[in-house]
Design a protein around this ligand. Structure first.
Ligand code: ADP
Ligand code: MG
Length: 332
């Protein structure tokens, strides 16, 4: 059996919003092997629970129920020393890199801080060499960039610096929450290429979170399409995008140009805004109110994941349950 890097078991997060309970993430499962490194894409519209998953994996939020294991260990029960090690091995890259920089310090400060906090290097010259290397890995020239102030850099450069900072710690996993959504469309591909290179050459795995399907297609090994806190469909990114099976995912993919595996999608393809409010009291399929193929059964039962194609390609939809009578419900 191959060793596991990350295991998420039945992860559920419920937030209180006034009197209402919001199920931000429901019974989510994910397993990432240690080798080979891979990029797992989490895609979904705004409010579908993507950042909640990121925060849970990073340990910024506590699970309502479920378990998250890293290298076989339950991090909620880790000692202080183990937690510190975890904080090194699992790095975060966020949407807005500007927020991470202090505008009054040069870029080098970002690296000095991380190098000091984790006591990474024995000497200043050793530290310089590693920082240079990290910048080169993300395609930046060391010295010139380090002397700049944050406002003198483009969004794409700032995001590369955040990846270089993460790389300096030699992490096993980088949780990247919408890392390119504030970067010019023309520069997105080059940042995603950095991620692909880190996966292939440095063995770093990624949880890549996005609401932009075109980038999901570019990087994803495995993809999870979220709908209101639950998986609508998962599988190899190419399978899911070229042969979507869940009615929600079909609607999404139909609204974008037909993908050709040899052509990278251009431009922005955004998911439509979240229309439904969700509460813990709703038992049925979350997509019922919008589903063009809904059946009576779907209103009060929650579908498990059914295999719908190649191994690992699964959709959470009763259309794939041979035992559910196909009584169509009134149309949407
Ligand atoms: P995404 O990143 O996909 O846009 P989030 O994970 O941020 O989605 O949010 C999922 C749901 O959880 C949303 O309905 C959001 O309002 C709710 N939520 C997220 N964080 C909190 C919080 N700290 N308190 C209350 N509700 C929250
Ligand atoms: Mg988010």
């Amino acid at each position: 059996m191959s060793e596991k890097l990350l295991e998420v078991h039945n992860a559920t997060k419920i937030y209180k919003q006034g009197k209402r309970d919001v199920v931000a993430l429901q019974d989510f499962n994910l397993t990432l092997d240690k080798h080979p490194a891979s990029i797992v894409t989490i895609a979904g519209e705004s409010g579908s629970g993507k950042s909640t998953l990121a925060k849970l994996v990073l340990g910024f939020e506590k699970l309502s129920s479920g378990r998250i294991l890293f290298e076989g260990q339950d991090m909620t029960r880790a000692s202080t020393r183990e937690l510190k090690e975890y904080r090194r091995k699992v790095q975060a890259v966020f949407q807005d890199p500007f927020g991470v920089f202090n505008p009054y310090y040069r870029v080098e400060h970002v690296f000095e801080m991380v190098s000091k906090n984790f006591r990474l290097f024995q000497s200043d010259s050793q530290s310089r060499d590693h920082i240079e290397e990290a910048l080169n890995v993300v395609g930046l020239q060391g010295e010139a960039v380090l002397r700049k102030y944050p406002h003198q850099l483009s969004g794409g450069q700032r995001q590369r610096i955040m990846i270089a900072r993460a790389y300096l710690l030699k992490p096993k996993l980088i949780v990247a929450d919408e890392p390119v959504s504030m970067v010019d469309a023309s520069l997105r591909a080059s940042i995603l290429d950095v991620m692909i290179r880190l996966r292939d050459e440095e063995g770093i795995s990624f949880l890549y979170i996005t609401h932009d399907l075109s980038t999901a297609y570019q990087v994803g090994d495995q993809i999870f399409m979220f709908y209101q806190g639950a998986i609508a469909e998962t599988g190899n990114a190419t399978d899911v995008i070229t042969h979507p099976q869940h009615p929600y995912v079909q609607l999404l993919i139909d609204s974008v140009p037909k993908p050709d595996p040899n052509i990278r999608w251009q431009g922005d393809i955004e998911l439509p805004p979240d229309e439904e409010m969700r509460t813990s009291s709703k038992n049925g399929c979350r997509f019922y109110p919008r589903c063009p193929k809904r059946m009576n059964h779907c209103e009060s039962n929650f579908p498990q994941l059914y295999q719908v194609g190649n191994p690992g390609h699964e959709a959470s939809c009763f259309l794939f349950d041979g035992k559910v009578a196909g009584t169509p419900a009134p149309s949407v």
